[in-house]
Design a protein around this ligand. Structure first.
Ligand SMILES: Nc1ncnc2c1ncn2[C@@H]1O[C@H](COP(=O)(O)OP(=O)(O)O)[C@@H](O)[C@H]1O
Ligand SMILES: [Mg+2]
Length: 205
């Protein structure tokens, strides 16, 4: 009996510039990522970070868990925790979650709470991220009306001497800079929800 996992295109969740993500055919709580090229630099960078900072990432509330690799019919797959909502659906990324036009007061309040919790987790965990692409941040609804942001991609650092892996003060400094970059980007591109006033509150002081 072959142990190769067979992935059907119908299991596709989404694909970005580096990899395609599928629902794990044998476990709904996991997903399998197949890099577009076998030696993808971003995948290597993420794996280096996960290895160097294994204990920190194990404790993380934000970053999805990694469960190792497996052979699939599409090539070598990387198995991760899937961002799963209480209703069995895949969570939405921030781009799908944030409206472009001003929502009603209740929705706006909910979004602001999600973002303030994201800030609190991010500046507490000091996760190394590489850019501010909001499709790599997903909003999970583990129970009705309960939301949390998860980071699913683009973690680590491309620099050769990764101080942020070794020193928490460096990680904290870098995380604040990246956080403020995310806030500035959101304030510019989602000004109806991340208003100037709220952006000031969201920024790391
Ligand atoms: N752990 C996950 N759970 C659920 N969906 C995910 C997960 N990781 C990625 N996705 C979805 O798959 C898409 C592509 O995966 P991603 O890892 O971001 O690939 P890329 O490196 O090519 O950007 C994401 O934008 C997201 O919609
Ligand atoms: Mg991505």
């Amino acid at each position: 009996m072959s142990d190769i996992i067979t992935i059907d295109e119908q299991l596709l969740i989404g694909a970005g510039g580096h990899q395609a993500t599928y629902i794990h055919p044998r476990d709904q709580t996991k997903c399998i990522k197949i890099p577009h090229t076998p030696d993808d630099g971003d995948v290597r960078k993420e794996m280096r970070y996960r290895k160097s900072c294994a204990a920190k990432l194990e404790r993380s509330r934000l970053v999805t868990k990694f469960f190792g690799t497996a052979e699939t019919n599409l090539g070598l797959g990387y198995i991760f925790e899937r961002v799963l909502d209480y209703n069995g659906k895949t969570g939405r990324d921030l781009k799908e979650f944030l409206p472009k036009v001003k929502p009603d007061a209740r929705t706006l309040q909910r979004i602001w709470t999600v973002m303030l919790n994201f800030k609190s987790d991010f500046l507490h965990e000091n996760i190394a991220i590489v850019d501010t692409d909001i499709t790599n941040f997903m909003v999970q609804e583990p129970a009705p009306g309960v939301y949390r942001v998860r980071i699913v991609d683009n973690i680590g650092t491309p620099v050769l001497i990764p101080l942020v892996y070794w020193f928490e003060f460096a990680a904290a400094w870098k995380a604040r800079r990246y956080w403020n970059r995310i806030v500035a980007w959101l304030a510019e591109n989602y000004s109806e929800v991340i208003t100037a006033e709220f952006a000031a509150q969201l920024k790391a002081q």
